[in-house]
Design a protein around this ligand. Sequence first.
Ligand code: SF4
Ligand code: SF4
Length: 385
Amino acid sequence: MVHRVSVVNCSSYQQDEVQGAMERTLAGLGGIERFVARGDRVLIKPNLVMAKRPQDAVTTHPSLVEALCRQIISVGGHPVIADSPGGPLSLAMLKRIYRITGMEAAARNTGARLNHDLAFEEVDHPRGKVVGRVKILKCILDANVVISFAKLKTHGMMLFTGAVKNMFGAVPGLVKGEYHFNMPQIGDFSNMLVDICDLVKPGLSLIDGIVGMEGEGPSSGKPAGIGVLLASDSPHALDYAAVSLVGIKPERVPTISRAAERGLLKGGPQEVDIVGDMTQLSCIRGFETPAIMTASFTRGRVPAFLEDMVNRAIRPKPVFVHNSCTGCGDCRINCPAHAIEMVDHKPVVQLDKCIRCFCCQELCYQKAVSIYRPWFLRTIDHGRR
Ligand code: SF4
Ligand code: SF4
């Protein structure tokens, strides 16, 4: 079976342009009626990693969520907007995130509902490769249709975050940290992300690539104007198309490699069928990506007996920029390995405990955490592009 990906040009977040782009993108897949039936409760899962304004390019843009809600309502569906951002989650924090990211306005403008129910259930995952039971938000389990609506961004640990990684938000707040801690290796962690996406099974996936994020994503990078909206019935094919578009080799993205190994990119990634404005994916040149380290990074490059030592020496590490740091302590609370201490109101990391998940960087509002990557890692990684 060949998976279809619809890619449509859209140059701004003006509501009328976005509405037209949404209709054309979904038309390329057979229209919203292919995914939503009258009376369906449709859960839209945008990327709302933190309380950032739409123009910061960290979260899925509200004009797109609004356009999608209108499409769902036009065929008699009932849209619900939900996410479980990282860190400890309270109702007050969730409401703040909805307000600042523009989701509150998107819901108000369309009559969609915002989810405020933080309840979750632990469910069996018989097909899970690395997780046999998973804690999932109840609102997601209760939906008739789940839609993953991601933002096209780089990621310090996983290189790229798109439709598959977006479904990690189905796991409640701090439980995500437990999963990070229990699966510190990229191979296991990426298999776990594929497991969760496979369990939730979004019927439709979209990526906001109108303005994405390059460099130190997913929250400290630079906005990058790409000018596209993408959609597919397969989150794996969608991620494949999105990374190809910005010049990242799909095999470098751990979640795409795992999906291909597990037969979830059916027929092989070369059989992803692109329709819409870009029938062939042309590369956006110069898109900046972080260097990441997979388990096999040094294999074949250094003698086997030195591999472990070299891997340890070249591992990226978090660096706290004390001049920008307000001493809020969020990084300490969000660190799944309990590797951060506050000393004189500034964070200090114990690198022997650090699992290099980079949650501290992802969830710091001040962009006060950078990732140090040794020149050796950067040089080799550059050569792989
Ligand atoms: S590094 Fe960021 S999250 Fe950590 S204390 Fe400083 S400002 Fe807060
Ligand atoms: S210090 Fe940062 S990178 Fe290291 S384990 Fe904690 S959150 Fe993850």
